[in-house]
Design a protein around this ligand. Structure first.
Ligand SMILES: [Zn+2]
Ligand SMILES: [Zn+2]
Length: 635
């Protein structure tokens, strides 16, 4: 077996060519990484270069872990940690995971706990023998971040077993011969929602995204019944970002026999859990059939292999992936997929924004190699040119000011993740500049929790905003203009109260508290409903946007009620987290290297084919807009 052979080979190198022979007690896999357990950390840490050489030679990332026999008693270790780390770091929690010899230290200022160049951390490790892992205490407490951190620590023994098994599968002896690559579209082709694609080589099967369409009953789930997909044979699942149309169906895979890894960034993991839990809650409340339960979500979390941007990682014997910034939402990634040793390269954009926003830097467009580009086309149609962000912001601010002046309230339906935070940062910036003041902004639905997750991962935000968050007093999300809605009586108070801005989920009005605000505030012509995000065909938001003045709503006890819309209904284009047509074309123009084939997915109606034909004319490359259930041979 190749995995065992590889471990044996590493052991031989360690024994014969390094000074560590006497101190290494074991070598094993931890997912895609190799872990070396040792009885003496000093010797290893003094010879960092030798370890780096070893990593280069075996082309794996290496993690050092203490052998359980040398660990200091946790109580003693805790005292050492508190005495060694300066109090300014402000430690909020210390948790030990004996199974992996790791101690997680949560601090408000992780930089201080780590010390210059990691000095303090190394000293600490020598003293306590545990591997210290410093994590940031989010400036806004997040239930989800906390729960996930705790459950990961609690399940560390089980996770160790899972990761060893995954490691063995990744490093197995390749069985198949041949050099073809194909992709099957199982969902999200010529539509927005339920994105899911199966990438196959003779050796490997990888699922890229596995989403649901929350706005549809009959086209909600991807075509997992496709004959080429066998859930239990999948090598890996890659999740580009947390939106449910990309992550929402992943727990279902665990319910039906999948026990392999999910690769995604840490914020994608946390935000996915937040959105999946909410999806299950809503379905339960509405009495809809549930494709999976909360247990399956927990199982998904246990199998996540978190990767940061730029980590090059083997996920099967012939596939290596790297995540890059997609600029769309927190943690959103463009996936670079390298197949075989230089055989073929695919870039899957997921959803991308090729423009600077208040939250993120523009999507990455440089890759080491590239043959096929798979790009989203949400705004790929000829008519989908959006105004500049600055103009969109001014238009939004004008609507807000006018509504407030005439004594009205502004409802902004927003996804919990993305637009809500973008609008928050905009409003806070204006308040700081003194151009906007004197009214409160209420946040309802999961927006506050999603915002808290943003503050837990400032390194995924654009540099300026990141620094603002580090300098606590300038953190825009902590601005006192924002207030979270606590419960339904608070909500009623706000609807009765002074002029205000209410940002609430769901973004396409498919449910959530926004419906209550709409029902109550729609008849009053002083109020305004402002759409700042994409309204998918068939959603309630789209109907109102199209100008319906009488809207039937399903209310308590399954009864129906018709709401008269006298309020102003406005759409401000240009806030999207998606690239518009110009930005998509610019993205392809700026891509380096140039692809030889482009597949356009993730767009309603004729938008993918519109984009495909424009890209073909402009760049003289083969382009296609496949339908669901097509298989395309890439090589
Ligand atoms: Zn998205
Ligand atoms: Zn999407």
């Amino acid at each position: 077996m190749a995995a065992e052979k590889l471990l044996e080979e590493i052991k031989n190198i360690v024994r014969e060519e390094t000074p560590f022979a006497g101190i290494v007690s074991g070598i094993d896999f931890e997912g895609p990484k190799v872990v070396i357990y040792c009885r003496d950390l000093d010797l290893l840490m003094e010879n960092g270069e030798i370890i780096k050489d070893l990593a280069r030679r075996i082309r794996k990332r290496i993690t050092l872990r203490p052998d359980p026999s040398i660990l200091t008693d946790p109580e003693e270790a805790k005292k050492e940690i508190i005495s060694m780390i300066p109090p300014e770091a402000n430690i909020s929690e210390i948790i030990f995971s004996p199974d992996v010899g790791e101690v997680t230290i949560e601090a408000e200022k992780p930089g201080i706990a780590i010390g210059k160049g990691g000095d303090l951390l190394r000293q600490l490790m020598r003293r306590i023998r545990w591997t210290p892992r410093i994590v940031r205490a989010p400036p806004i407490e997040s239930e989800i971040v906390k729960k996930i951190r705790h459950s990961m620590i609690k399940a560390s023994g089980e996770r160790q077993k899972i990761m060893r098994k995954i490691g063995r599968r990744i490093h197995r002896e390749p069985k198949a011969r041949g050099d073809w690559v194909r992709i099957s579209t199982l969902g999200g082709a010529r539509e927005v929602g339920r994105s899911c694609h199966l990438l196959q080589t003779p050796e490997s099967r990888v699922l890229i995204d596995c989403g649901i369409n929350v706005a549809s009953d009959d086209r909600a789930f991807p075509h997992l019944e496709a004959p080429e997909l066998r859930i239990e044979e999948l090598d890996a699942v890659i999740v580009s970002h947390a939106h449910l149309d990309h992550s929402g169906f992943v727990p279902y895979l665990y319910k039906y026999g999948y026990d392999g890894p999910v690769y995604c960034t840490p914020p994608t993991r946390d935000l996915s859990v937040l959105l999946q839990m909410d999806y299950v809650d809503i379905a339960e409340r509405e009495g809809k059939p549930l494709p999976y339960g909360k247990r399956d979500i927990k199982n998904f979390v246990k199998h996540v292999v978190p990767l940061d941007f730029g980590d090059v990682t083997d996920i099967s014997p012939d596939i290596r992936i790297t995540f890059h910034n997609a600029g769309h939402i927190l943690g959103s990634s463009i996936v670079h997929i390298h197949i075989g040793e230089g055989l073929y390269n695919v870039v899957y954009t997921g959803d991308l924004k090729f423009d600077r926003t208040r939250l993120f830097s523009p999507a990455t467009c440089n890759f080491p190699r590239l043959e096929t580009l798979i790009i989203e086309s949400t705004y790929g149609g000829a008519e989908n040119i959006q105004p500049f962000r600055r103009d969109a912001e001014n238009e939004f601010l004008r609507i807000v000011k006018e509504t407030i002046q005439r004594g009205g309230k502004v409802i902004v339906p927003a996804f919990a993740v993305g637009r809500a935070q973008e609008i928050m940062v905009l409003l806070d910036d204006c308040r700081r500049l003194g151009t906007l003041d004197g009214f409160p902004v209420y946040l309802d639905g999961m927006i506050w929790e999603a915002t808290a997750i943003h503050t837990a991962y400032p390194e995924y935000l654009r540099p300026g905003l990141r620094e603002q968050i580090f300098r606590h007093d300038e953190n825009p999300f902590l601005s006192d203009m924002f207030e979270q809605i606590r419960d339904s009586s608070h909500r009623a108070e706000v609807m009765d109260g002074e002029p205000s801005v209410i940002i609430s989920t769901a973004g396409m009005m498919a449910g959530g508290p926004v419906i209550e605000y709409f029902r109550e505030l729609a008849p009053d012509p002083r109020n305004t409903l402002v759409f700042v995000g994409y309204q998918c065909e068939g959603s309630l938001g789209r109907r109102i946007q199209k100008g319906w003045r009488e809207v039937p709503l399903r209310v308590e006890n399954g009864k129906r009620e018709v709401v008269k819309v006298n309020m102003d209904v406005k759409t401000v284009e240009g806030f999207s987290g998606h690239s518009d047509r110009t930005q998509l074309i610019n993205y392809v123009r700026r891509l380096s290297p140039k692809p030889t084939r482009i597949l356009c997915l993730h767009g309603d109606d004729n938008r993918p084919s519109d984009l495909a034909s424009a890209l073909h004319k402009l760049f003289k490359v083969e382009t296609r807009a496949p339908q669901n259930l097509e298989s395309i041979r890439l090589r």
